[in-house]
Design a protein around this ligand. Structure first.
Ligand SMILES: [Zn+2]
Length: 411
């Protein structure tokens, strides 16, 4: 399906992945939370890789590593390429890191050929996973001019504020606002990321093009019924909160299944009083509903609410829902999607368009400039797990697609 290659690029990408994977806060497994010691070491290693590739690189006030090469026209708007180097606890080595080292590999390859027409910046963001502090893509939002100063006062589970952690890391809490870029100076942002889902594997494709990053609705729901003796209250006289929620989980599952590209999940359900011989009196549960199309997502959530209310009424229980997060979908840029499509086709690969169920730095960067993402097949669709893996062949394909796309955009 793809042109023969000696896998030089794929091997180079894997070698850089190995190098970054050494930097962990927990021996024996990969954990690299934002502003941790391991994050600092990984940022320093990324800085060295960027400098060796000929980039003019530094670590910015919030700990992102940024490297730049000038183009033939230094005044031309720059192309940004990046992803993140922070991780979840007990992570895989490709999530985020892949997009950063692919950017560096592209620069290494370009340095051997013709110079790009415009400047190119490679960015390794530090706060994508949102694990340590109560933030949301803080390092990429800073570039988009949307850093929330209140984030600096947020604390990790040890009570350390982001501000103090940043100072200890060697960053500058007062420097966040100055990181905002001028949108007129940037032509686009490209992010390569492992798919974190099973679709590419099922379609037998090494890469796919992201059409949109899903919008998300999250809500807390409660059902209040009535406790009673599990032995003495007849079935037709019960107001069983858990039995009602069982029906509601079915409603949520159907709502997510019967539409295109939607997912809907009840991830938490807490039963009270929670005893073997007591009819459940109250259940608190969560709803997480996602779609690449905001109108579709809102209609799906509305249908869930209407049907859950009807089920509650039939059963004589009380249903309440309290949405606490509405994050709109982020459509990827049509022109950049077209460039990626051309690059994928040039390798003889059918361009598959898919939506992203997970959030990414591209959500923040789309506030700054046109943004697009390329997904790379990962084994079993597994991520946020040490079993996360990709093949050297797929890494090679991703590198060649990215190089071709960059040539289309920046030369
Ligand atoms: Zn990621």
């Amino acid at each position: 399906m793809t042109n023969a290659t000696d896998l030089t690029l794929g091997r180079r990408v894997m070698a850089m992945i190995e190098e970054l994977a050494r930097h962990t806060d927990e021996p024996g497994r990969l954990t690299r939370l934002y502003l941790s010691d391991a994050h600092r070491r990984a940022a320093d290693a990324t800085l060295r890789l960027m400098q060796a590739a000929g980039l003019n690189a530094h670590i910015d006030a919030l700990g992102s590593v940024v490297g730049r090469i000038e183009g033939a026209d230094p005044e031309a708007p720059a192309l940004l390429i990046g992803s993140h180097i922070d991780s979840v606890v007990d992570a895989g080595r490709y999530d985020g890191n892949l997009g950063v080292v692919l950017g560096i590999a592209v620069i290494e390859a370009l340095q051997q050929g013709i110079a790009p027409a415009c400047p190119i910046e490679i960015v390794a963001f530090g706060d994508e996973e949102n694990v340590r502090f109560p933030t949301n893509l803080s390092t990429s939002q800073a570039l988009a001019g949307r850093f929330n100063p209140a984030w600096l006062d947020g604390r990790d589970q040890d009570g350390i504020t982001l501000r103090d952690a940043l100072v200890r890391f060697g960053g500058n809490p007062e420097g966040a606002a100055a990181l905002a870029r001028d949108p007129a100076r940037y032509r686009g942002y490209l992010e390569v990321h492992i798919e974190q889902g099973p679709l590419l594997e099922a379609k037998n494709l090494p890469v796919g093009i992201v059409s949109a990053i899903n919008g998300i609705t999250r809500a807390r729901c409660s059902v209040i019924g009535e406790a009673g003796h599990a032995g003495t209250v007849p079935m037709n006289m019960r107001r069983d909160a858990l039995a009602a929620v069982a029906e509601m989980i079915g409603i949520v599952e159907r709502a997510g299944s019967t539409r295109t590209d939607t997912v809907a999940t009840v991830g938490v359900a807490q039963v009270q009083p929670g005893a073997i011989n007591v009819i459940p009196a109250r259940v608190d549960f969560t709803l997480d509903a996602r779609s690449p199309d905001d109108a579709v997502r809102l209609a799906m959530v509305q249908d869930i609410v209407t049907e859950c209310q009807a089920a509650a009424q039939r059963r004589g229980v009380e249903f309440t829902i309290e949405p606490f997060m509405e994050s709109p979908a982020t459509p990827m840029d049509k022109a950049l999607i077209g460039q990626l499509e051309g690059a994928v086709r040039s390798l003889g690969i059918e361009p598959l368009h898919l939506s992203s169920g997970a959030g990414h730095d591209a959500v923040a960067m789309a506030n700054l400039c046109p943004s697009a993402m390329l997904f790379v097949r990962c084994k079993g669709g597994i991520s946020h797990n040490p079993a996360e893996s990709i093949t050297v062949e797929d890494a090679d394909v991703a590198a060649r697609v990215l190089i071709d796309a960059v040539k289309r955009i920046a030369t």
